[in-house]
Design a protein around this ligand. Structure first.
Ligand code: PEP
Ligand code: MG
Length: 602
């Protein structure tokens, strides 16, 4: 079975059964051709005409996306139009046509490949997500310039098929004939890829990030795609297909249970209300957080405002975005995290020196305080948005108390300036700390005293406590927030915040996973900020469990000797209250990983 079971990332839940259709979308071959000087202006005109035709096409796709996926998802195509019309980029293509007398398609290809290499080299997962968008646009512009129409691939498809490709562009996702394409599999892509977001909204089960998919899956082979678990089963037997259908039916039953809790309060069986907020990385996620009734945004990541762009975002642009998010959650807070640049996030307009250990280097709040001109723009934008909504500011990677004090001075100075300039803005905003380093966790009592709120970033806290690079696949089984050392820090922080009378929450990934949410509630956290698709599942879990039982189990887990020991205590305690098998195979679920899966017999 194991060589027939391929593992990728489940990006859109559900089960799809069909025959594979392997599609190889590639960049078209562009002949190398120079034109006489007299034709140079004509090539520039051809380029501009192609860009405007492709723009029209993208706007058509936008209408389709709005119809099939929703208003927010359709904005993905606005971002694509912006990318297509990037004036700096087009000026560089035109300059190349004029200088080297290249055809429009050759010059466009050259500059596009140059940009693609630059983005690939950063290694940033967020930029990788944008690469699929870029490739989709480049293929369209080149095909247009080469007068190649779109192949009508779908005419030949008569039975339910699963499309398998190296990379899937967002445009393709909204054009799929839904009656014939039942699932998607790709080698590139993650949960945050635009194609993944659209597949999720349209409801097509999809697995992405499956290395070697195109080589290993043959056209015509029967496959079972499990978009929840992120697996593709090749050549299933009749019994396996029957099992998959049964699984699908059970999950649909769970889905309707999850839909049923959306409007109910997140209260444990012993009456503890757990506040559930959403983590928003990209504007597309606002809708899911709202639809799942998030009580505000507990982590608004702001790096996307810079990533993949050639210029820094303006104060107006940021203020408008923060206000838009704030107004999407009336009566609830939106926690804007100041730029977490550096580490694995190195966008192009941000010129950072190469470092031997970027995760131990010039990152996050250190960058903001060292480059106050960058930070002040963001602070001003937050203050302006705070005149219209409950906007709060949170600082990533704090290791020293003076980072909080220096930020407070900047906030006070900018509020003063805005007032003096007569700009509509709040006089101040709450400043909180993201506790995601052991230094901050150990100093949590002092940090709680000096800040307005605390939110624990367990992704980085785990990385820095265990000295395990969070992105290193070789160390993946060592990266666990369930290690007792991380648990003890989490307990220390929760106790310190309570003693200081300051609110504490958790916004790291673990809060989105039901077993860990149970553990965090047991450790004393009553506010969790969760990936929007996981909100119903976490709420459903909260409604099944008792906080007192979670506390007893968490206290016992604090004495465990290892992560496995912690899970051996927490798993069975959770299983007393919920059907864990159903829980971990339901939409939005993430497996707790390693031994927990075995302990819970998943
Ligand atoms: C974290 O570190 O837990 C966190 C939420 O921040 P990020 O994943 O953006 O580093
Ligand atoms: Mg972090």
């Amino acid at each position: 079975m194991s060589e027939r079971l391929l593992k990728g990332i489940g990006v859109s839940p559900g089960i799809a059964i069909g025959s594979a259709l392997v599609v190889r979308w590639t960049m078209p071959e562009v002949p190398s051709r120079v034109v006489p000087r007299s034709q140079v202006s004509k090539e520039v005109r051809r380029l501009r005409a192609a860009v405007s035709d492709v723009k029209r096409h993208l706007l058509d796709l936008r209408v389709k996306a709005e119809d099939r996926a929703g208003v927010d998802e359709a904005r993905i195509f606005d971002a694509q139009v912006l990318m297509l019309e990037d004036q700096d980029f087009l000026a560089s293509v035109e300059a190349l046509i004029r200088e080297s007398h290249l055809t429009a398609e050759k010059a466009y290809e050259f500059k596009a490949l140059e940009m693609r290499d630059l983005w690939s080299a950063t290694g940033s997962p967020r930029l990788k997500d944008k690469l699929a968008d870029l490739n989709g646009i480049v293929i369209r512009v080149l095909e247009h310039l080469l007068h190649r129409g779109e192949d009508n691939l779908w005419d030949a498809v008569t039975e339910p098929c699963v499309v398998v490709a190296r990379e899937i562009a967002p445009g393709l996702t909204v054009q799929l004939p839904r009656d014939r394409v039942v699932g998607l599999v790709s080698e590139e892509g993650t949960r945050t890829s635009h194609a993944a977001i659209l597949a999720h909204s349209i409801g097509i089960p999809a697995v992405m990030g499956l290395a070697g998919a195109v080589e290993r899956i043959a056209t015509g082979a029967m496959v079972v795609v499990d978009g929840t678990r992120g697996t593709v089963l090749l050549r299933p037997s009749a019994a396996e297909i029957a099992e998959a259908r049964k699984d699908d039916a059970r999950r649909q039953e769970m889905t309707s249970q999850l839909e049923g809790v959306v409007d109910l309060p997140a209260v444990t069986t012993d009456g503890v209300h757990v506040t559930l907020r959403g983590n928003v990385d990209l504007p597309e996620e606002i809708k899911a957080a709202r639809d799942h009734r998030a009580e505000g945004v507990g982590l608004l990541r702001t790096e996307f405002l810079i990533t993949g762009r050639t210029a820094l975002p303006t104060e107006d642009e940021q203020a408008a975005y923060f206000r838009r998010v704030g107004e999407a959650f009336p009566g609830y807070p939106v926690v804007v995290r100041s730029y977490d640049l550096g580490g694995d996030k190195l966008p192009a307009p941000f010129r950072a020196p190469a470092e031997a250990n970027p995760f131990l280097g010039w990152r996050a709040i250190r960058v903001c305080l060292d480059q106050p001109e960058l930070f002040r723009v963001q602070v001003r934008a937050a203050l302006r948005a705070a005149a219209h909504a409950d906007i709060r500011l949170m600082l990533p990677l704090v290791t020293r108390l003076d980072e909080v004090q220096r930020t407070r001075s900047i906030v006070a100075a900018e509020a003063e300036t805005l007032a003096a300039q007569g700009v509509e803005a709040a006089r101040t905003i709450p400043v909180g700390v993201m506790v995601e380093t052991p230094a901050a966790a150990v100093m949590a009592d002092r940090i709680a005293a000096e800040s307005d709120f605390i939110s624990v970033g367990t992704n980085d806290l785990t990385q820095y406590t265990l000295v395990v690079d969070r992105g290193n696949a070789r160390l993946a089984d060592r990266f666990t927030p369930h290690d007792p050392s991380v648990l003890r820090l989490l307990k220390l922080v929760a106790d310190a915040a309570r003693a200081a009378g300051k609110p504490a929450s958790v916004c790291g990934e673990m809060a989105s996973e039901p077993l860990s949410a149970f553990l965090l509630i047991g450790l004393g956290y009553e506010t969790l900020s969760v990936a929007p698709p996981a909100l119903p599942l976490v709420k459903w879990t909260v409604r099944q469990i008792s906080a007192a039982r979670a506390r007893d189990a968490a206290n016992a887990a604090l004495d465990a000797r290892s992560a496995e020991g912690v899970l051996d205590i927490m798993g069975p305690a959770l299983a007393e209250a919920v059907d864990v098998k159903l829980l971990f195979t339901s939409p939005g679920a993430r497996l707790p990983g390693g031994r927990a899966a075995a302990t819970l017999n998943l």
